[in-house]
Design a protein around this ligand. Structure first.
Ligand code: X8Z
Ligand code: ZN
Length: 603
C-alpha cells in the first residue's frame, strides 16, 4: 500500500503552471519558493494525516454506520487538503525546477488514485461513496436463508477445500451477491473521479493511474503489454495442463478441454491463485510433502507466532526488529464480534512511527505468505523513516508490492524444513517439478489476473466499457487473459468486479502484475549478492546480510529517485524484464510441454 494519506487524497483543477507564484493577496504563502512550498507540504502532511489514518483504521477494523460517518468526514477534510496542495503545486512548473523539488512537485500533481472534483459537495459525495463501497465489501455476507450467513473467509474455505462441483458453485455465486448493490455507487464514483481527473487536465482517471511510472503513458502501456507477451506462453502451458487435470477430476462435460475453465474450480474465489488445488494437480504423488497448512494447523500456530516467523526472515537479513508498537497495535486476528475489512493491508501510521498490519490470519500457508507480503510493505516504511513524507513510497507501486513476495521465493523446502513446517525434503528431479508446480500455481496463474483487472478499469474510466457493459466487459477480459468463464450465466444485474476487494477499495492493480515480474528479478539479483551459485529455485537469501543490505538500500530510496535507479541499485540494470521468471520456471515449463504434447491447448 502506498502512502495511505496521499492515496486517499485527491487533487483538483487549475493547471496554470508558472515559475513565479500567482498574485492572490489573500494567500499567506504568496511569496513561497518551490523549495519552501515542498517543505511546508511535507510538514502539513505529517500534521494532517493523523486524523485521516485514525479514522480509516477504526473504520476498517470496526465497520458501523457511526464509523462510516467519521471516516467520511475525515475523508472530506483530506480531500480538501489535497485540493489546496494541488493548487499550490500548480503554481510551479516542475520542468523548470530540478532534482528533488521537481520530483516532489510532480508527485503532488500525480499523487492520487482517487482524483476528486474541487467542489465541497462533490468531495463529500466521493468520500461517502468510497467509504460505503469499502464497507459493503468488508461486511459482505452471503445469506442462504435468514440466520444462515457466510462471510468471505468461510466461503473462501469452501472454494479452497471442497471438490464438489455444486457446493463450489454455490459458494462462488453466493459471494457475488454482496456486490450487486455496489453497482450504482460505483458508477457514480467513476463519474466523480473522472470529473476530478479532467479538472486536473487529464483525459480521465485511467491516465492519472498510468502517469506515475517515470515514463509516458504510451510507453507504460507498451511496457505492460511487452511484459505480458513475455510470460503468456508460460501461463498457456500451465493452463493447458491444469484444464486437463480438472477434466479428469470433474468430467469433460463439466470441463470441456477446448473451452475456458469454469472459474469456481481453481481453489480461489477469483481464480487468481490456484495453489489450493495442488493436491489435484501434483505431478508426482508421494514424492514430497509440501503441505505447510497441515503443519501450521497441527502445530497450533497462533497469528502472533506466524508473524514472528515472518519477522525472523527479515531480521536474518540484518533488517531491524519490528517495534513493540507493531504487535500492540496491529490487528492479526478476525474479531469474533464485529465487521472488519479482512483484506490484508499495511499501514504507515504516525509518519511511519506506528507501523501496523491488519490481517485476519489463519493457520494456512496462504496466510503465512500474505504476512510476508505485508511485512515487505512494513519494512519499506521502516527503511524510509528519514525521508520526507512526499517520498515515503515505493520506487513505483509495483516495487512496494514485490518486497515481501521476493522474500517468500526464498522459502525453499529446505528453509521450511529448518522451521519444522515440512519434513523429508526430497531433492530429486521429481521433487523439483512438484515444488515448481506449487509455486507456479500461485505466481504464474496470477499473471493474467494481475493484468486484466486494470484493463477493465482503464476501459471503464475512459468510457470504452459503459455502465451497461460492466459485467460483460469484465468477463470478456477474464476469458481473454485467464481463459476462464463463469460457472453460471451472468447478467448486468450482477456486478462481479465489486466482489474483488480492489474494485470497491479503489486500489490500482497493475502494481501486482508488475510485482510478479519484479520479484523474480529481485530474487535472482539478491541470490547473486548472497553468493548463491546453483540453480535459482534452490536459492534462499535467508541469513544473508549482504543481500539484506542491498535490499535495504533500495527501500531507503523510497520514491525520491526514478524507479529505474532503484532497479539498478538491486539488479545492476534499469529495466523490468520477464526473463527472470521464465528462467526460474524453466524446469517446470519443459515438463509441462512434455505433458501437453498432443493435447489441444488454448480456448
Ligand atoms: O491485495 C493484496 C495484498 C495487499 S496489498 C494482500 N494482494 C493482491 C490480492 O490479494 O489480490 C497481494 C497479491 C495480490
Ligand atoms: Zn500489498
Amino acid at each position: 500500500m502506498r502512502n495511505l494519506f496521499i492515496s486517499l487524497l485527491s487533487c483538483l483543477a487549475i493547471i496554470s503552471c508558472a515559475t513565479t507564484p500567482a498574485t492572490d493577496p489573500a494567500d499567506p504563502n504568496i511569496n513561497e519558493t518551490a523549495d519552501q512550498f515542498v517543505a511546508r507540504i511535507n510538514q502539513e502532511i505529517i500534521e494532517n494525516s493523523r486524523e485521516n489514518e485514525a479514522a480509516y483504521w477504526v473504520y476498517s477494523t470496526y465497520i458501523t454506520p457511526d464509523t462510516e460517518v467519521l471516516v467520511t468526514k475525515a475523508g472530506e477534510r483530506g480531500l480538501a487538503f489535497a485540493s489546496e496542495m494541488l493548487k499550490g503545486a500548480n503554481k510551479f512548473d516542475e520542468n523548470l525546477l530540478s532534482g528533488e523539488t521537481a520530483r516532489a512537485i510532480k508527485s503532488i500533481k500525480l499523487g492520487s488514485s482517487m482524483p476528486a472534483p474541487d467542489d465541497a459537495d462533490k468531495r463529500a459525495e466521493i468520500a461517502g461513496l468510497s467509504a460505503k463501497l469499502e464497507g459493503l465489501y468488508g461486511k459482505g455476507k452471503y445469506c442462504k436463508s435468514e440466520g444462515d450467513c457466510k462471510d468471505l473467509g468461510e466461503l473462501s474455505k469452501i472454494i479452497a477445500t471442497s471438490r464438489d462441483y455444486n457446493e463450489l458453485e454455490e459458494a462462488w455465486t453466493g459471494w457475488r451477491t454482496i456486490s450487486t448493490e455496489m453497482r450504482p455507487l460505483y458508477e457514480r464514483f467513476v463519474e466523480l473521479m473522472n470529473e476530478g481527473a479532467t479538472e486536473m487536465g487529464f483525459d480521465d482517471t485511467s491516465v492519472v493511474w498510468r502517469a506515475g511510472y517515470d515514463m509516458s503513458v504510451d510507453e507504460f502501456d507498451t511496457e505492460t503489454v511487452r511484459l505480458w507477451d513475455q510470460v503468456k506462453p508460460l501461463y498457456d502451458d500451465l493452463h493447458c495442463y491444469v484444464r486437463d487435470k480438472l477434466a479428469e477430476n470433474y468430467g469433460s462435460d463439466k470441463v470441456p478441454t477446448d473451452q475456458p475453465i469454469p472459474a469456481h474450480l481453481l481453489g480461489n474465489m477469483w481464480a487468481q491463485s490456484w495453489a489450493d488445488i495442488y493436491d489435484m494437480l501434483e505431478p508426482y504423488a508421494g514424492v514430497s510433502n509440501l503441505d505447510v497448512t497441515a503443519s501450521l494447523e497441527d502445530g497450533g500456530y497462533t497469528p502472533v507466532q506466524m508473524t514472528e516467523m515472518a519477522e525472523g526472515f527479515f531480521t536474518s537479513l540484518g533488517l531491524p526488529e519490528l517495534p513493540d508498537s507493531f504487535y500492540k497495535n496491529s490487528l492479526l486476528e478476525k474479531p469474533a464480534d464485529r465487521d472488519v475489512v479482512c483484506h490484508a493491508s499495511a499501514w504507515p501510521m504516525g509518519n511511519g512511527e506506528d507501523v501496523r498490519i491488519k490481517q485476519c490470519i489463519e493457520p494456512t500457508e496462504e496466510s503465512l505468505t500474505t504476512i510476508h507480503h505485508e511485512l515487505g510493505h512494513i519494512y519499506y516504511y521502516l527503511m524510509q523513516k528519514d525521508l520526507p513524507p512526499l517520498f515515503k513510497d515505493g520506487a513505483h507501486d509495483g516495487f512496494h508490492e514485490a518486497i515481501g513476495d521476493t522474500v517468500v521465493l526464498s522459502m525453499t523446502p529446505q528453509y521450511l524444513q529448518n522451521l519444522g513446517l515440512v519434513d523429508n525434503v526430497a531433492t530429486s528431479e521429481k521433487a523439483l517439478i512438484n515444488q515448481q508446480m506449487k509455486t507456479a500455481l500461485e505466481r504464474v496463474a496470477f499473471l493474467p489476473f494481475g493484468k486484466m483487472i486494470d484493463e477493465w478499469r482503464w476501459r471503464v474510466f475512459s468510457g470504452e466499457i459503459s455502465p451497461e457493459e460492466y459485467n460483460q466487459g469484465w468477463w470478456d477480459l477474464r476469458e481473454k487473459y485467464q481463459g476462464i468463464r463463469p460457472p453460471v450465466t451472468r447478467t448486468e444485474a450482477d456486478f462481479d468486479p465489486g466482489a474483488k476487494y480492489h474494485i470497491p477499495g479503489n486500489t490500482p492493480y497493475t502494481r501486482y502484475f508488475l510485482a510478479h515480474i519484479l520479484q523474480f528479478q529481485f530474487h535472482k539479483s539478491l541470490c547473486e549478492t548472497a553468493g548463491h551459485t546453483g540453480p535459482l529455485h534452490e536459492c534462499s537469501i535467508y541469513g544473508s546480510k549482504e543481500a539484506g543490505m542491498r535490499l535495504g538500500d533500495m527501500l531507503a530510496l523510497g520514491s525520491s529517485k526514478p524507479w529505474q535507479e532503484a532497479m539498478t541499485a538491486v539488479t545492476g540494470q534499469p529495466n523490468m524484464d520477464g526473463s527472470a521468471i521464465l528462467d526460474y520456471f524453466a524446469p517446470l515449463q519443459g515438463w509441462l510441454k512434455e505433458q501437453n504434447a498432443g493435447k489441444s491447448c488454448g480456448w
